[in-house]
Design a protein around this ligand. Structure first.
Ligand SMILES: *Cc1c(COP(=O)(O)O)cnc(C)c1O
Length: 368
């Protein structure tokens, strides 16, 4: 039996092969490898696609979070609230700018920030909220926007897993003050290397972000801030420009694959399939089920034996990582999610036969 990876990029690469090699050739011939015409064009195309005033291409999603927070003036002494059920980079960015990470627990169905928990954590020092649109589905942006208005807080959306997702019809990454995207190869819109994007409708935030991207300078060799080297390179920009026109279709295909899994797995009482919030277009960066009664690890091991790769995103909630050892508070919903979630193989062109193999194996496991 063929092994089934959690993500297969080879089909996509084959499909794009000619265009990719053509673009690589163009970049090589241009002799411009950093901040050239590809990046400029990509930024325009992304701003257009997302419907946002400014799109600033960066080196990674992590840098987008750090630069976004700094461009909003978040600094030492400030508190930023986020979810502990995310990739570490979300909280790491808060620590990087010298602010304090404050966690709030999540909703057990969507795995995104629970607004009631969030409001309890707001203090006089709170300056911003980072909702993470986990697995491709939006956090409750209506409620988060209401809180932000009520307490005068900034919103930095972590859209690393949700490129093209929407909430009430608005593109994610354009609702808050800043949107932070990752083009890490496994993300829905992925480069073949690192890359990231900051989006904003605020002119001043965009201007500072662009300065921070290039060593804190507007003019070359005239540095005004302590910045970063966080530029996107031309090769990655060229790859992303080739992929962008397909992203709607690819996200739709992910959704169809997810619906196919859910229709079959809903029959199993031991499995909870992903809940889709009616206000969201879920773009299924991950297709994540819940398996209770301490059976998750056994199921994962069984699938591995059958040649099926699965992943646990995330095995340790961020507040339980060594770096946050001072945080004593419990976040029971996040902790339970970490013990029960399992992400199954998904990518836009996953074949139904491959999904059938995964479904059959899961059913066999529960038959005992
Ligand atoms: C991938 C990811 C990031 C970081 O993006 P990089 O481009 O790898 O730096 C941040 N937040 C979340 C939720 C992610 O999934």
């Amino acid at each position: 039996m063929n092994k089934i990876p959690i993500l297969d990029l080879q089909q996509e690469i084959e499909f794009l092969r000619e265009k990719l090699f053509g673009a690589f050739e163009d970049v090589l011939k241009s002799g411009q490898f950093i901040m050239g015409p590809q990046v400029k064009a990509l930024e325009n195309e992304l701003a257009d696609f997302l419907g946002v005033k400014h799109a600033v291409a960066l080196n990674s999603g992590t840098d987008a979070l750090v630069i976004g927070l700094r461009a909003l003036g978040i600094k030492e002494g400030d508190e930023v609230i986020t979810t502990p059920f995310t990739f570490y980079a979300t909280a790491e960015a808060i620590q990087h700018v010298g602010a304090t990470t404050v966690f709030a627990d999540i909703d057990p169905e969507t795995y995104n920030l629970r607004v009631e928990s969030l409001e309890e954590k707001i203090t006089a020092r709170t300056k911003a909220i980072i909702p993470v649109h986990l697995f491709g589905q939006a956090a409750d942006m209506d409620a988060i926007q209401n809180l932000a208005k009520k307490y005068d807080l900034k919103i930095v959306e972590d859209v690393a897993q949700a490129f093209g997702g929407t909430f009430n019809g608005s593109m994610l990454g354009t609702i808050g003050d800043v949107g932070c995207f990752s083009f890490f190869p496994t993300k829905n819109l992925g480069a073949y290397g690192d890359g990231g994007l900051l989006t904003t409708n605020h002119d001043e935030v965009a201007e500072i972000a662009k300065m921070l991207r290039s060593h804190g300078s507007k003019k070359k060799y005239y540095n005004e801030l302590v910045g970063y080297n966080s530029r996107l390179d031309e090769m990655q920009a060229a790859v992303l420009r080739i992929k962008l026109p397909y992203i709607r279709d690819w996200n739709a295909k992910r959704e169809q694959a997810a619906a196919y899994y859910s229709a079959a797995l809903n029959e199993l009482p031991e499995v909870v399939t992903p809940a889709i919030h009616p206000q969201c277009n879920h773009v299924f960066h991950q297709y994540t089920i819940r398996v209770s009664q301490n059976k998750r690890d056994a199921l994962k091991a069984y699938l591995e034996e059958q040649g099926i790769s699965t992943m646990v995103y995330y095995p340790t909630p961020v507040h339980k990582l060594p770096i946050f050892q001072d945080v004593e508070e419990a976040f029971p919903v996040s902790e339970q999610a970490a013990a029960e979630v399992l992400s199954l193989p998904i990518w836009p062109h996953i074949q139904r036969e491959v999904q059938e193999q995964v479904i059959t194996a899961i059913k066999n496991f529960f038959k005992g």
